[in-house]
Structures are given as structure tokens and as C-alpha cells.
Design a binder for this molecule. Structure first.
Ligand code: NAD
Length: 498
């Protein structure tokens, strides 16, 4: 944290259609996690900036909610076109501040593009419900209405995709938005909001306020003029947000952590399984909410799979995400690297073995960044902490099981339930797994990552509070139902009585 200086690139909040500094002029550094280079200074906002942004959003809501939804959709369509044009530029900025390799950063932006076109189309649907009335000459139907000002609070691991999921669904439904990005990824947020501004979104409809959780996030949650909160992040902060919002009976969607598993049965195609495991466990350096952190493997193939996995892991190249040769980028910051490393003592203390990795990577250029070696833990038992807690880094635990029944029981026995996968060539096994895996997302013969935006996204147990993002699930959250009755009989008709 330091005060901004004029010779460095300075970025701004976006409030009421204007790019502005934090009211008290404070700013924070944004660093590249792969080499520690300074990317720029971003507002370190406070309550007064939140108040201004909420006031702007509230004022803009009066017209935005009355703007026909197909017209709102036309703006989102232009957002999709502009994101497509700027995809490479935004992806490179995203890699620089977040660390994921460029091909994955392009995928992050692509999710924003997909969601823009999907929600643009919803502008011509936003389906309500028409039902028959129990009385003659009476109409009965339900319409979806916007809620008002919505706060979108997002994590750093998908700095374009997650804000796009939230804001685009909120906007098409007629809400206005105050967006608080993660402290580690404000640059991607600025790039995304620039696109909305250039696409012709009216002033105040989408506002950006950068800053910390306590200084910006919580004031947004408790602000009386914020009607709903869409939050993605850690379990602990999600609980705090929920408790605070409950004081004012606010609607909250929580998308929280995961402890996702890939199950590999004896009859699986091991080549395919290996590809899925490497991609799901070490893609995005293990920092996806859907990342695979448990490999639940049947006894007959456990030793072989472990050996082949170690071979594949040895060939993974760490480096800057913008280098074409890099397979695995840095983790987000030094604090997260230390947290990941702290789990090594936990693992060995409980009797697991470090089969690969288990330490920070500091060779050559890596010394300037926050890198952690892809890590494989063997001999893990389901009750160990490394098998139950979210580590959020490139760490995979191998758990051996005897049967499908045991695999499913182990999969389901964690505080989280986001994404599960099974590799098998037996159709009966696959059907039982689809039915009995207690997760919001289930994959058959694919890894745990790679959800598409047209289906609901979210999880069970501690992964959330039952809402879903993306797909039509998002519109359920961002709209209120209004039931409308029109009696054209010309006399008093009493429901349930006449
Ligand atoms: P985090 O909880 O630390 O922060 C998330 C957001 O909340 C950030 O914008 C942060 O500034 C803000 N925040 C922090 N403290 C706050 C407070 N007291 N009040 C209000 N806001 C506050 O999470 P993170 O480290 O940015 O992200 C990693 C976590 O996100 C992991 O647990 C991961 O599993 C989860 N995640 C979940 C999903 C999902 O859809 N289920 C997707 C991506 C990430």
C-alpha cells in the first residue's frame, strides 16, 4: 500500500458516468504476482465513495427500470461485441495482475462475451407466468420486476467472468449495479467497466468502486439503499456478508468455496483421466472454486495413476502467464503462498506424504514472483484436514477407495459441494454417480472445471446459500415476482369464497 505518484499510471472509480479518484485521494498499488512489477495505482475507496456510487445507482434506476428490456439487451449485445474486439488486450491485462496463463485469461474474457450475448437474448424473454384464474372474467399472471440497486462483490480468480455473470444478469433484469472488485484485480475491473461505458450504458447504471472488503464491501452490504448483494468469495467472508445483510432482510446470493473431487474407477480410460486431472488440479494454479483438490481413486489403478501423474507433473513449466512456454502461473500473492505452504505441515503431521512439490518455487526469475510447485500428497485419508479444507492452490490429495459406494461417500463428506467428476467406462457406474454425487455440478469423463454459462452454476452445503448464478437461475435472483389480477367481470368476485 502506498500513496499514488503522478509519474505512475493512475486508475479511477467509475461513479455516475465519471472516472473519479477516491474522495480522500487514497490509492493502492497493484502488482504483477509473477514478477512484482507495479501495474498502477487504484483508488482505495471508503464509505463516502460507496455513498456516492449508491446514490448514482439509485438515481439511474428510475429510468433504467423503465427502459424496455430488449433495449437493455441491445446495450449488452454491444458490450459483447466490444469485449470480442478487446479480448486480447483485456486478457493480457488480466494475466498481468492475476497470474493465470494467457490461454486461460482469454477463456475468462470469453465467459464475459458468452454471458453478454446470452443475457442480451434474455432481454427479449424474461419470461413471466400466465395462469388461469379460479373465477370467471378474471386474468391472473406474474411478471418479473427488478429489485433496485444491487451490489456485486467479486473475488480475484475470475476477474472478468464473475463480474460479467453478476452484472449482466442484474442489468438485463432492470437493476442498477455497484461493483466492488477484489483488491488484487482492479485493472480487469476497469477494463470491463470501460467496455460498458463505451457500449452506451447510461451514467449511474453500473458503478465501480475499488477498495478493500472492510472499507468498501461491508459498507455496501449494510447500505440501506442497496437492495440485494451478489457475493462470490471465501466461506468466512460470505458468512459475515450474510449475517450483516440479514439485519435488513436483504436478499443475498453466496458463491463460496469448494473441495472438488475427481473419482477414477478401475475401468477408466487412464490417459483421458490424467488429462482431466492435470487440467483441473493445476490449471489456474489450482485457484478455481471448481479446481480438483482430491483425487479419489480405486485401489486397482491407484499406484499406476500416481506414478503417471508424477511424470506429467514433472513436465509442468512454471513462469509468467504471458510466456507461451508457461503451463502454471504464480499464485495470487505472498500471503496466499504462505497459506498454501502451511498445509504441508498439516498434511505430514496427520500422516500424509509429500510425493511432489511441497514448497515455493524460487529458481531464477521465479524468485521475483509468488510461485508454488505443483504438489501431490499421497496416503491421504478422508478425515484429514487437507482432504476437507479448501487450500486454493496447486495441491492435490490422493485418496484410495475400494468401491463406487465408498467413492461417493468420500466425495460427499466435506463441508463443500461444488463440482465432482467421475472417470469410468461403465454406463451403470456413471448413472449411479450422476444420481448420488451431492454437488451442484457433476461431470462424467471430464475434469471438475469448465462450466458453461447457459446452465445454473453453484453448489450445495457450505458452497453457498442455495442460489445459482448463470443460466436462468441468475434471473431468479435478480428479479422479484409480482402477481397481477385483473377482474373484468364488473362485480366483486371473492377468491376462495364465491
Ligand atoms: P474473499 O472472500 O477474500 O474476497 C471476496 C470479495 O469480498 C473481495 O472483493 C473482497 O475484497 C471482499 N471482502 C473481503 N472482506 C469483506 C468484508 N468483510 N465484507 C465485504 N466484502 C469483503 O475471497 P477471495 O480470496 O477473493 O476469493 C477466493 C475464494 O472465492 C475461494 O474461497 C473460492 O473458492 C471462492 N470462489 C467461489 C466461486 C464460486 O462460484 N463458488 C468462484 C470463484 C471463487
Amino acid at each position: 500500500m502506498s500513496t499514488s505518484s503522478l509519474d505512475q499510471k493512475q486508475y479511477f472509480n467509475y461513479i455516475g458516468g465519471e472516472w473519479v479518484s477516491a474522495a480522500d485521494g487514497r490509492a493502492s498499488e497493484n502488482l504483477d504476482p509473477a514478477n512484482g512489477q507495479l501495474l498502477g495505482y487504484f483508488p482505495r475507496s471508503a464509505q463516502v465513495d460507496v455513498d456516492r456510487a449508491v446514490a448514482a445507482a439509485r438515481a439511474a434506476w428510475r429510468d433504467w427500470r423503465l427502459t424496455p428490456a430488449p433495449k437493455r439487451g441491445e446495450i449488452l449485445y454491444r458490450v459483447g461485441m466490444l469485449l470480442t474486439e478487446r479480448k486480447e488486450e483485456i486478457a493480457r491485462a488480466l494475466t498481468s495482475e492475476m497470474g493465470k496463463v494467457l490461454v486461460e485469461a482469454r477463456g475468462d474474457v470469453q465467459e464475459g462475451i458468452d454471458m453478454a450475448f446470452y443475457m442480451a437474448g434474455e432481454g427479449r424473454r424474461l419470461m413471466g407466468a400466465i395462469v388461469p384464474s379460479e373465477l370467471p372474467n378474471k386474468a391472473a399472471y406474474g411478471v418479473r420486476e427488478p429489485i433496485g440497486v444491487v451490489a456485486c462483490i467479486t473475488p480475484w480468480n475470475f476477474p472478468v467472468a464473475i463480474p460479467s455473470w453478476k452484472s449482466m444478469a442484474a442489468l438485463i433484469a432492470g437493476n442498477t449495479v455497484v461493483f466492488k472488485p477484489a483488491t488484487d484485480t482492479p485493472l480487469s475491473a476497469v477494463k470491463l467497466v470501460e467496455v460498458f461505458a463505451d457500449a452506451g450504458l447510461p451514467p449511474g447504471v453500473l458503478n465501480l468502486v475499488a477498495g478493500t472488503g472492510p472499507e468498501v464491501g461491508m459498507p455496501l452490504v449494510s447500505h440501506p439503499d442497496v437492495a440485494a448483494i451478489s457475493f462470490t468469495g471465501s466461506n468466512q467472508v460470505g458468512r459475515d456478508v450474510n449475517v450483516e445483510a440479514a439485519r435488513q432482510l436483504k436478499r443475498v446470493t453466496l458463491e463460496l468455496g469448494g473441495k472438488n473431487a475427481i473419482i477414477v474407477m478401475d475401468d477408466a480410460d487412464l490417459d483421458l483421466a490424467l488429462d482431466g486431472i492435470i487440467w483441473s488440479a493445476f490449471g489456474t494454479t489450482g485457484q478455481r472454486c471448481t479446481a480438483c483438490s482430491r483425487l479419489i481413486v480405486q485401489k486397482g489403478v491407484r499406484a499406476q495413476l500416481e506414478e503417471r501423474l508424477l511424470e506429467r507433473m514433472a513436465s509442468l513449466r512454471l513462469g509468467h502467464g504471458l510466456e507461451a512456454t508457461t503451463d502454471v502461473g504464480p499464485v495470487i500473492n505472498a500471503g496466499q503462498r504462505d497459506r498454501i505452504h502451511s498445509y504441508m505441515a498439516v498434511a505430514t503431521g496427520e500422516g500424509a506424504h509429500i510425493l511432489a512439490g511441497g514448497e515455493a518455487a524460487r529458481d531464477g526469475d521465479l524468485a521475483h514472483g509468488t510461485f508454488y510447485k505443483p504438489t501431490l500428497l499421497g496416503g491421504v485419508q478422508p478425515q484429514m484436514r487437507v482432504a476437507r479444507e479448501e487450500i486454493f492452490g496447486p495441491v492435490l490429495s490422493v485418496i484410495e477407495i475400494e468401491s463406487l459406494e465408498e467413492a461417493i461417500a468420500v466425495n460427499n463428506d466435506t463441508p463443500y459441494g461444488l463440482s465432482s467428476s467421475i472417470f469410468t467406462s461403465n454406463v451403470n457406474t456413471a448413472e449411479v454417480a450422476k444420481r448420488d454425487l451431492a454437488s451442484g455440478i457433476v461431470y462424467v469423463n471430464a475434469g471438475t472445471i469448465g462450466a458453461e454459462i447457459q446452465l445454473p452454476f453453484g453448489g450445495v452445503r457450505g458452497t453457498g446459500n442455495g442460489h445459482r448464478e448463470a443460466g436462468l437461475g441468475a434471473l431468479e435472483f435478480f428479479t422479484e415476482w409480482k402477481a397481477i389480477y385483473v377482474d373484468y367481470s364488473g362485480r366483486l368476485q371473492r377468491a376462495q369464497i364465491d
